[in-house]
Structure formats: C-alpha cells, structure tokens
Design a protein around this ligand. Structure first.
Ligand SMILES: [Zn+2]
Length: 216
C-alpha cells in the first residue's frame, strides 16, 4: 500500500527537477532550488505597452516555457505558488504598487475554465495576495465571449480576437481604485491592453499589468 501511494505521488510530482532532471530534495516540488535561483538571477523585466506599465518576473525562455506548460496543461498547480510568491515579493518592494486596492486575474471564459479545471492566473493571484497582503477579486472582470487561443493566431489578428471579449460586473467596486492585473504570460499584450481599457472605462484610477513571463 505504501509503495502504491509513493508511486502515485511520484507520478503527480516526479522526484526529479523538470528543468535540469537533478534529483529533488523532499521539500522541493517539480523544480530544484538551483534552477529557481538561476531563474531569479535573470532580472525582473519592466516595460511599457501603449504607455501602460508592465512588470514581469522573468523574460520568456525555454525554462519558463516548461514551467508554464507544466502549470497550465499538465496540472502542476504548485508551480503557481512559486511564481506568485516571487511576484508578491517584487510588489512589496515597489513603492508605486504595493498599496494598490485589488489584484485581478485575467479571466478565462467559463467553458475553458471548466475544461482546464482552474485558471492559472487565479492561482498566481492567490500566492501574490498571500505574500503582499493585497485584496483579490475574481468576480469584477469576466470574459463573456469565447476567444480563440491567442498563441495560435498571427500577431496582427490578436487585438481583434479579444476586442469586446471582457466586461466589468461591478463598476462601483473599482471606481477610483488602483488595480494590479495578473496574467501568466504576456506576449503581444493584446489581452492585457483590452482588459486595461475595460477597467479604465469602468472607472479604475490606475491599472498596472503584472505577469510571470514577458515575451515582447
Ligand atoms: Zn533543476
């Protein structure tokens, strides 16, 4: 019975690092300490897209792609805790956003969320909220229209794909508020920009975009 349980746990969380394949210490899950340290040494990225401030934990790389893939498609939800905690530490250090009012994840359409079983950005927000002691809200912003996967579209079609896909449910809650909008990966920024636009139109005072990885 014990062996069966161990085999099952090894299947869910293999005993080796998914990046370098080194054996993992029992306290680490999926990625070894050396690999996290190596990733953290690649400095945080900050940029602007259409004059909006974008902060990202890591530049996009093969290692980051592996982590995001394991999180989203292989159901390795624990990785969101690592990513969110690291983002939380950056927010705590940033005097412009550490006193913001809400963390809001980029929402998935309810059909997609049901088929995946979770929204990876919500899981990242959970960990950020814990570290940075900021309120979170998953119900303010919704994706009411099903959109094609942005990554599968040519760059020029991405803005049109997400246009009009989002709406704010509770305008009075965000009026005059400072918001941090959270996504797992930002590529062209089309999804982020559309959400920022919708939140601003609904009365948000300031919206800062934060992501685990930035590929622009
Ligand atoms: Zn490793």
């Amino acid at each position: 019975m014990k062996k069966l349980l161990k085999d099952l746990l090894d299947f869910v969380y293999p005993p080796y690092c998914i990046l370098c394949e080194a054996d993992l210490e029992p306290e680490n899950k999926l990625v070894c300490e050396k690999c996290w340290e190596r990733l953290e040494s690649s400095s945080t990225m900050e940029t602007q897209i259409s004059k909006h401030r974008i902060l990202a934990l890591y530049p996009f790389s093969n290692d980051v792609r592996t982590i995001i893939h394991n999180l989203k498609y292989l159901n390795k939800r624990h990785l969101a805790v690592n990513l969110g905690s690291a983002i939380g530490k950056i927010i705590v250090e940033d005097k412009n956003i550490r006193k913001c009012d809400f963390l809001i994840p980029i929402p998935l359409h309810k059909v997609k969320q049901r088929s995946r079983g979770f929204n990876q950005s919500e899981l990242i927000v959970d960990a950020i909220a814990e570290v940075a002691s900021i309120e979170k809200d998953y119900r303010i912003l919704i994706r009411h229209r099903y959109t094609k996967n942005q990554a599968a579209l040519p760059m020029r079609e991405r803005a049109a794909n997400v246009k009009g896909a989002f709406s704010v449910l509770n305008k009075s809650r965000i009026e005059g508020k400072k918001i941090i909008l959270v996504d797992d990966v930002i590529t062209t920024g089309s999804t982020m920009l559309e959400c920022i636009k919708v939140l601003k139109e609904a009365g948000a005072k300031e919206v800062t975009a934060v992501s685990a990885a930035l590929a622009v």
